[in-house]
Write a new protein. Structure first.
Length: 101
């Protein structure tokens, strides 16, 4: 079983809620952590932007999560990257597998 965290940035709390709710409800992710206290700062089209969000799922679901996030995201080029989980509690890893399709 290969688990990944998918990092997605969003422009607002409401968009984070919309994306997180959709991918969890559709069982594309076991969990979506909306991390309001964590902000990414970056340049985009001449302005400085801020945002943050992390999803937890199985590696093989990345293409489906990426496609779904793109349909819900307001950005032209959203940040959607996968970070491998190299170790984790067996119970936690099994929970992720059980909660995703």
């Amino acid at each position: 079983m290969s688990v990944i965290f998918i990092y997605v940035t969003v422009p607002s709390d409401s968009e984070a809620e919309k994306i997180a709710s959709a991918v969890v409800k559709e069982r594309l992710a076991a969990c979506a952590s909306i991390q309001l206290g964590v902000r990414s700062l970056y340049h985009w089209q001449g302005k400085i932007e801020q945002r943050a969000e992390v999803l937890k799922t199985r590696e093989e679901l990345f293409p489906a999560v990426e496609a779904r996030v793109k349909t819900l995201h307001s950005d032209e080029t959203p940040c959607i990257v996968a970070l491998p989980v190299t170790a984790g509690s067996a119970d936690f890893m099994q929970w992720i597998t059980a909660e995703t399709t």
